[in-house]
Design a protein. Structure first.
Length: 308
């Protein structure tokens, strides 16, 4: 069931949530966190759907802050989806009109699940400094997605420059299958790596992070090459025993090639927002591996003047 509260207040929303919770016998008592989505009308449907899918693994109170007409009179339109309608958790969609859109933290604070962690996700263009954002200051984890920006590389580098523990970006999360496969390959005898190359479509931020991670972990130069995509298409490690190559041209499966061994076909599908978000919600501490790769990327950009 969905409850609509036009031109409402946070106290009325809180009362409605309490009533809904009592009617289903528990409700927020089973919520492991509050997931706040800061979005707009164009992006909110896909974002809430992704959060609902992720919520099957992480029962949450999902609060979508949807900014509407900034010139209108201050008002809140609320839509409450009870557990069962939006997965095992609750979903609250708040459309903020007028100046309220500039102060979403004051609206969302009374609606957070008590004594539960807070995660904020910007599915569209996010702030350069998430930890200083009014809503971001409420959270233990802050999730952005540089791929949605007009200039993804500039957006990622800006965010890397403002990194705080708890920040992460879905351009990094999408790399998990690539990093897992590369780590698995390197766990086997394959020779001493002397250099590497990452190939992807132009200005693809995940490729920059993968190159940074490889360079930082292996202490070797990593070349960045471009292709027609989609996304990442190849990671090549040059060793004293020959090249190790992971090549993916269709966005679904990859070919693993190693000198002296037959080629292998491995599943390496591109990841959607729901899978990436679910992975991020599994951990509420700082992602030190991302932090290390981000710092290395920032150092390289500063040293080369790439951020200018």
């Amino acid at each position: 069931m969905t409850l609509y509260l036009p031109r409402t207040t946070t106290s009325q929303i809180t009362d409605a949530l309490m009533s809904e919770r009592l009617s289903v016998g528990g409700g927020a008592m089973n919520m492991v966190l509050t997931l706040v989505i800061v979005t707009d009308e164009a992006d909110h449907y896909d974002a809430v759907r992704a959060a609902t899918e992720a919520g099957r693994e992480h029962p949450s109170r999902v609060i979508a802050l949807i900014r509407r007409d900034p010139e209108a009179e201050p008002a809140i339109d609320a839509e409450i989806r009870r557990p069962g309608t939006s997965g095992p958790g609750e979903a609250v969609l708040l459309r903020l009109y007028g100046p309220l859109g500039e102060h979403p933290d004051s609206v969302v604070t009374p609606l957070l699940v008590p004594d539960a962690p807070v995660v904020v996700w910007w599915p569209g263009v996010g702030p350069a400094d998430p930890a200083s954002d009014p809503v971001g200051r409420l959270a233990q984890r802050r999730i952005t997605d540089a791929l949605r920006a007009e200039d993804p590389l500039h957006d990622l580098r800006e965010r890397v420059a403002h990194y705080r523990p708890g920040d992460t970006d879905l351009t990094w999360t999408r790399l998990t299958p690539w990093r897992s496969l590369l780590a698995s390959v390197m766990d086997q005898p394959s020779g001493w790596v002397t250099s590497a190359r990452v190939t992807a479509e132009p200005r693809y931020p995940s490729a920059e992070l993968l190159a940074s991670w490889l360079s930082e972990r292996l202490a070797v130069p990593v070349e960045r090459s471009t292709s027609d995509g989609p996304g990442l298409t190849e990671a090549r490690l040059s060793t004293d025993r020959g090249d190790v190559v992971i090549s993916r041209t269709d966005g679904r499966t990859a070919t693993l090639s190693r000198s002296g061994q037959p080629d292998q076909t491995v599943a390496l599908a591109r990841r959607g927002a729901a899978l990436a978000l679910a992975e991020e919600l599994r951990r509420l501490d700082a992602d030190e591996t991302y932090a290390s790769a981000a710092r290395h990327l920032g150092d390289v950009a500063a040293g080369s003047g790439a951020g200018k």
